[in-house]
Design a protein around this ligand. Sequence first.
Ligand SMILES: N[C@@H](CCC(=O)N[C@@H](CS)C(=O)NCC(=O)O)C(=O)O
Length: 238
Amino acid sequence: MTILYGMGSPNVSKVVIMLEELGFSYAFRRVNVFASEQFGPEIDALNPNHKVPVLVDEQGPDGGRHVLFESAAILIYLAQKAGRLLPPSGAARFETFKWLMFQVAGVGPMIGQLNHFRQGAPDGNDYAIQRYTNEMYRLYDVPDRHLAENAFLAGEYSIADISTHPWVNAYERYGLYWSDRPNLSRWWHAVSARPGVVAAAAKMAPLWEADREARANATPDDMDRFYNRKASATSSPK
Ligand SMILES: N[C@@H](CCC(=O)N[C@@H](CS)C(=O)NCC(=O)O)C(=O)O
């Protein structure tokens, strides 16, 4: 039995895409992060970082239960388990890691900060909004140039594409034009049409909706915890 803990989010979407692509059966447990459930005992026992996605696999590598957090680690784990979507060795494997890391270390955190300053910060953060907007432009330009010569990020379709695709879903919602980045557009539309990606989008739709509603009903305290706006006892200077 595999259990995925998650919410409506790009980092969770990539794991859902992966599970759908592989045809693995799994149970989904929604974590209501707008009611501070990520800090409750169940997630606390699974992820000391108190974030989703978290994957629990009862048939882990040593035959027992294995718990994973960090979406890229989960993608590598599942790819290795299935023997698919990650080359087993050689240069192609490292090409895949390169673009996977580019997403988890660059695209995700920078666009995540942009989302925060656009939606979660008080007025008066023009510098931050401009900085992270510029970073988003740059981080979309890089794959756009690369995809001019390559069908996918790392040769064949792989976990690098799966990791990056959900972070491009909001492209037009940011007011950007596909015509400015035709290679990224070609790639994003091709990946979007894959049956596993279509199935994942259908599974994610009610989660996005539930989170929109939960966010609207969150208390100020829950929002402070969600955005880590107040220093905790252990992170305060002594
Ligand atoms: N680097 C982590 C990021 C995890 C992360 O930030 N998850 C978000 C959803 S995309 C989350 O749990 N948010 C709730 C919170 O921060 O309390 C990964 O790739 O899994």
